[in-house]
Design a protein around this ligand. Structure first.
Ligand code: FES
Length: 134
């Protein structure tokens, strides 16, 4: 298409009037320092039971919000994404933190708290849960 949009809508799937750029700004993505992906929405859950993954995801979201890390005026330095499958498919929930590319297993809420404090805030990977050779 001549307008450069390839015929795609500039509106969100939820029908809001925000463009991608506006949504990115509202999420403070320009200031993201780390991004954690957590396997918590698998079509074929193999790494853990779905209720375990769900509890971990809800914990991660809540703690990042409580700590002012998720987005917004308090800093907005940690992005989070719920993944369908991270291809490890064992000893989950599985997580990976970028830009370091550190992979973790056994991400229960208690383990996630250690990763939040040690890695996402402190900047040091938590070896206790780190998957070897990653
Ligand atoms: S199902 Fe969790 S990593 Fe594949």
């Amino acid at each position: 298409m001549s307008d450069g949009t390839l015929g795609l809508s500039r509106r969100s799937a939820d029908g809001s009037a925000k463009t991608a750029a506006e949504k990115a700004k509202s999420l403070d993505l320009a200031n993201v320092e780390r991004h954690i992906f957590l396997c918590a929405d698998a079509d074929k859950p193999k790494c853990c039971d779905p209720p375990v993954a769900c509890a971990s995801w809800l914990y991660l979201k809540r703690r990042l919000d409580e700590l002012g890390l998720a987005n917004g005026p308090a800093g907005g330095c940690v992005a989070r994404s719920k993944a369908n499958c991270l291809r490890i498919c064992a000893e989950g929930p599985i997580a990976v933190v970028y830009p370091e590319g550190v992979w973790y297993s056994g991400m229960t809420p208690e383990a996630l708290e250690e990763v939040i404090q040690g890695h996402l805030i402190g900047g040091t990977p938590v070896h206790r849960y780190r998957i070897p050779n990653t």
